[in-house]
Design a binder for this molecule. Sequence first.
Ligand SMILES: [Fe+2]
Length: 211
Amino acid sequence: MQNTFLIEAFQTPSEVADTLTPYFFSLKRDPYVDSDVRFRSYARFTLSSSGGISRLAHAPFMQSSEVNRVVGDVLREFAPMSDDMIQTPAFQHLLKSFASATGIEKEGAQVDVHQIRVTCSVNDTSAPAPEGIHQDGFRFVGIFCVQRKNIAGGFTQIFTSPVDQHPHLNTVLEPNQFIILDDARYYHHISETLSSQSGEEGIRDVFVFTA
Ligand SMILES: [Fe+2]
């Protein structure tokens, strides 16, 4: 049975982010945003009744324009996620944590995972969520932070409506922090980022899980 929590946040063992950080350097540029600061990969998984998790065939990703006003109703062909990374105990730990926290552990349940790097400079802000305050169009959304390097901003914000002046929750996800929310109940946004170090690139690496 699915769980009914609204927001759940927890910390994973510290080696999880350390193990997964190197896999963000080979990400391909996201061709669906008009900038060269966003890099990503994508994979789909399914759960078996025995608790196993297997990868589904790679497929394009699409969101309705009702939830994504920037690239809604567009079939997006993201690069497939690294199989080597998926096999790591660290990544498997994240998949299992998301499945058990949400209670979606029934046979055939599907989990999508997006691996996303957004970079920024001292002079130009970057928008980790170009669509603004939004829902992803799923039952649950999880965000796991792998790395924040030289980053100012990038607040994870949760709202009760798309026109709220103030977020219900406004926090910075640090590496190894996982937040999962009821996507049907809440809207979310990630505020803009700027590099906090002159002459240095800012990097924010996350995984987004949906089910
Ligand atoms: Fe989102």
